[in-house]
Every structure is written in C-alpha cells, then in structure tokens.
Design a binder for this molecule. Structure first.
Ligand code: HEC
Ligand code: HEC
Ligand code: HEC
Length: 411
C-alpha cells in the first residue's frame, strides 16, 4: 500500500464520521427540533388562552386508562381523512392535547377513536359497557374490565367512576373553546385555500354517528322495510339491550337507567321508530344509528313493528276521557304539551325529552304502571301521591286516546 492511498483512506474515515455525525445532527434538527418549534408556535397561535385542567377524578381516570392499556386499541387523534371525519368529528388540532403528557394518542385503531368521546354516551352506558362490552354491543372484541367493579355494572368502584370522568373530558377542551376558539384557530391557521386543513373546521365537532341528538328530524325511509333483514339486524344490534323478543330484557338492560323500552308493550307510528333510530334517545343509552342505510333503517322499523302488537281498544264510559283531559291539562301539559306531542313549555329544560304521546302509545296496563311508578332515570315521576286513583286511570285513558297511528313527527 502506498503512502498516498493510506492518506486517502484516513481522510475517508474522517469524512465518513464527520458526515455521519453531521447527518445525525441534521435529522435531529429536521425531524425533532424543527417540527417541535412549528407545533409549539401553532399550538400557541391556534389554542385558546386558557385550557381547563383535569379534575382530580379525571386525572386518576387518565392513569387508569394508561394502566389498563386502553391506548393499545383506541386512538385519541382524528386524522385528516374523510372517513375519520364522518365517524369521529373534526380532525384533532395540535393544541387540543397540549396538557396531555405523556400523550395517550395511541396508534392501533382496533376500537373507535375516543378523541371526542365526551358526551357521546351517557354514564350508565359507559359503566355497563366497561363491565361487559358484549352485553351492549353483541360482537365487540373489547375486554371486560370487571376488576373496576364490585361484581355488578351498577356497583362501580372509584376507579371506574374516575375512568368515566376522564372519558367525559375527551374533546371537551375544543368544545369549551367554542365559536370564539374556532375563529381564533382558523385565523391563526391562515389556510383558507388548503382543503385538507379546512377539514379541521368543518361541521360540528361531535359528529359521532352514534351520538344521540335531541332533534325531531326524521329520515326519509322506503315505505316497506325488508322484514327478514330487519330481524337479522335486530338480533345482532338491538337484542343485546331490548331482548330477543323485544321485551326489554337483554343482557345490557341490567344496569341501564332508563331501561331499554319493552317494545312489545308499545305501538308506534313508523315515522316515530325511524326518528328514534336516526336520533337515538338523547339522555339515555339508546344510540343513534346514523351510519345505517335507509334500507337498513326501514328494515329495522319493520322488525320493531313486528314485535309491537297493537291491541283492540275497549269502549270507554262517557265522561272518562273528559275527566282525563282535565287531569292532563292540570298536571301534564307543562311537559307533554297541549297536543301531547312532547313539546310543553318545560320540555326544553329536561335532559330526556317528554314522550310524544301522539306518535306512540303503551298498552293500558303499561300506561297505568308508568303513572304509578314513573320511569326511573327520567323526569317522568310517579303520580300516586298526587292523583286520586280514578284520575290516574282517567288520564291513562286520555293520553292513550292522543295516539295517531299515522303521526308523522317524532319526539
Ligand atoms: C382489545 C381492544 C380494546 C381494548 C384494550 C379496549 N377497547 Fe374499547 N373498544 C374496542 C372495540 C372493538 C370497540 C367497539 C365495539 C364496542 O363498542 O364495544 C370499543 C368501544 C369502546 C367505547 C365506545 C366508543 C364508541 O364511540 O362507540 C369506549 C368508550 C371504549 N371502548 C373505552 C375503552 C376503555 C376506557 C378501555 C380501557 C379500560 C378500552 N376501551 C379498552 C376495543 C378495545
Ligand atoms: C345500549 C342499549 C340499547 C341498544 C343497543 C338499542 N337500544 Fe333502543 N332503547 C334503549 C333505551 C335505554 C331506550 C330508551 C328508553 C326510554 O326512553 O325510556 C330505547 C328506546 C328505543 C325505542 C323507543 C323510542 C321512543 O321514541 O320511544 C325504540 C323503538 C328502540 N329503542 C329501538 C331500538 C332498535 C331497533 C335498536 C337496534 C338498532 C335499539 N333500539 C338498540 C337502549 C338500547
Ligand atoms: C316533568 C315533566 C313531566 C310531567 C309533568 C309528566 N311527564 Fe310523562 N314523561 C316525561 C318524560 C321525560 C317521559 C319520557 C321518559 C322516557 O324517555 O322514558 C315521560 C313519559 C310518559 C309516558 C310513557 C310513554 C311511553 O311511550 O311509554 C306516559 C304515558 C306519560 N309520560 C304520561 C304522563 C301523564 C299522564 C302525566 C300527567 C299526569 C305526565 N306524563 C306528566 C315527563 C313528564
């Protein structure tokens, strides 16, 4: 080997090691430091001035979430994808998780994204689901977290309550930022022409299709639903709560308040069932089924109607309805409304909407039982202490007479 070649080789080692260290430093700057600077600046510019701290309970719940490995199956980061946007709401902005350290974004999307889980399900659903996911969602692969309970879904330990408190904070920061926060973020983003970035600002935040909403919207459904298909869907999706025969006795019914409706004791106008499926029943565990096609929804309507058998009505003694009407005007109008459509003056203040008595009715026996014991978990209280028995029976007959089988609107 000549002296010259030795020098070149030594130089090559030097060049290679300097270049190696150089590229390492460059990648740290480009992939670590620079994005952090950009994100920090973006977070400062787009985030609201104040972001609420978690409560002590939610902080403990966050630790339970991390410990139990929820993040192995659930992400907390909605991507800039149309499919994510439709299922979970607006894509997550950087500032939304700025208090989240260490972060729980997750990477595997086996279960739904939970970024905006707050408010999508009521607490009774969350607890019953953590205790036994398959009692509510028949084909779920989520493990049961029975160790967070004292043997029953309605006996949660502090850890389960904390975990639900934590779930109820997810997405809250963005929601609390409100319209003001949105316009601040949009201005700072300065991205009016960037279609992808605009996704983060489109539509309402909590657009989870299963989030129950309190609207009277009813979907346009085909007139005749495919009954066998509806029965298959019912068995897979609804029987877990409403029971195989619709009697409200599925495995999920145990801990839900209000309990799933016993549909065999009810008759409904088709549009009412369609609206209940489209909107869910806000304030209860009844989810909305907005990701179903109109054909599937119509099939489900047929399946529910097949379970609920309308009875024959007895002739009523004269004066009974009039007595019932007076009792109704005195005691029930403020919630159920003049016409019985559930739009009384107090209705807006109630979490669970008063029943629309024009588009559905229960059997006489069920109606009397409802008036005697109320509907636990809802503002419908028992009336035995306030009404004489004769008035109670009269008003039961009266509210049943309000039913119109062809009623178009729902609650
Ligand atoms: C093995 C994967 C897996 C693990 C671990 C897991 N989940 Fe799930 N989770 C799922 C799947 C799949 C679903 C969808 C089916 C269902 O609703 O049960 C789901 C659904 C949910 C939902 C309902 C979301 C919605 O909008 O419908 C919540 C809330 C939830 N999980 C919370 C948790 C929490 C809290 C933990 C940890 C204690 C956890 N999950 C652990 C797989 C998992
Ligand atoms: C997680 C449990 C659960 C599941 C799953 C469920 N429901 Fe419900 N359902 C409820 C609860 C709770 C109520 C409300 C009871 C109340 O308001 O008193 C309800 C109410 C209803 C009502 C009455 C609505 C009204 O306007 O009075 C109908 C009809 C109904 N469900 C049909 C279905 C169908 C069809 C499915 C399947 C696609 C289904 N439910 C799935 C829990 C469930
Ligand atoms: C404070 C408001 C309020 C008052 C007052 C009230 N209700 Fe209700 N009622 C409700 C709510 C809320 C529901 C629906 C709960 C649910 O979704 O399960 C309901 C449900 C019902 C149902 C059940 C319908 C069904 O499909 O099963 C009947 C029947 C009923 N009310 C009759 C009456 C009568 C009769 C009176 C007067 C004596 C009355 N209510 C007074 C709030 C009220």
């Amino acid at each position: 080997m000549s002296v010259g070649t030795g020098r070149v080789l030594r130089m090559a080692y030097l060049v290679a090691s300097v270049a190696g260290v150089g590229f390492f430093a460059l990648s740290v700057v480009l992939l670590g430091y620079w994005p952090k600077q950009v994100l920090d600046a973006q977070t400062r510019a787009m985030g609201p001035e104040f972001v609420l701290e978690l409560t002590p309970s939610a902080t403990r719940g966050r630790a339970v979430y991390a410990r139990e490995g929820c993040a192995y199956c659930h992400t907390q980061q909605i991507r800039y994808l149309a499919s994510d946007h439709a299922r979970f709401g607006a894509p997550t902005l950087a500032w939304e998780t700025r208090r989240d350290y260490p972060h729980l974004w997750g990477t595997r999307r086996i279960g739904p994204d939970l970024s905006r889980a707050a408010g999508t399900r009521p607490d009774d659903w969350q607890l019953a689901h953590l205790f036994a996911p398959r009692a509510l969602v028949a084909q779920s692969v989520m493990p049961a977290y029975t160790s967070l309970f004292d043997g029953a879904p309605d006996r949660p330990r502090q850890e389960a309550r904390d975990l639900v408190a934590y779930l109820n904070t997810l997405g809250r920061a963005r929601e609390l930022a409100g319209a003001e926060g949105e316009s601040r973020a949009q201005q700072a983003c300065n991205c009016a022409d960037d279609e992808m970035a605009q996704m983060a600002f489109h539509g309402s935040l909590n657009t989870h299709p299963a989030q129950a909403r309190r609207t009277r919207e009813a979907p346009m459904l085909p007139d005749a639903g495919d009954l066998p298909r509806g029965q298959r869907l019912y068995a897979a999706r609804c029987a877990s709560c409403h029971g195989p025969r619709g009697e409200g006795d599925g495995p999920g019914a145990v801990a839900l308040l209000p309990a799933p409706t016993n549909v065999t004791e009810h008759e409904y106008a088709s549009a009412r069932i369609g609206a209940a499926l489209w909107n869910g029943v806000a304030g209860t565990a009844m989810p909305a089924w907005r990701d179903y096609s109109p054909e599937d929804l119509a099939a489900l309507v047929a399946a529910v109607r097949a379970l609920s058998a309308p009875g024959t009505e007895a002739e009523l003694p004269a004066g009974l309805l009039e007595r019932g009407r007076q009792t109704y005007r005195e005691h029930c109008v403020q919630c159920h409304g003049e016409r019985g459509d559930g739009a009384g003056p107090a209705a807006a203040e109630l979490t669970i909407a008063p029943a629309d008595l024009t588009s559905g009715r229960a059997t006489l026996a069920r109606t009397v039982a409802t008036l005697r014991s109320g509907i636990p978990g809802t503002p419908m209280a028992p009336w035995t202490a306030r009404l004489a028995n004769a008035d109670l029976i009269a008003v039961a007959h009266y509210v049943r007479s309000l039913y119109e089988p062809a009623a178009g609107a729902a609650r």
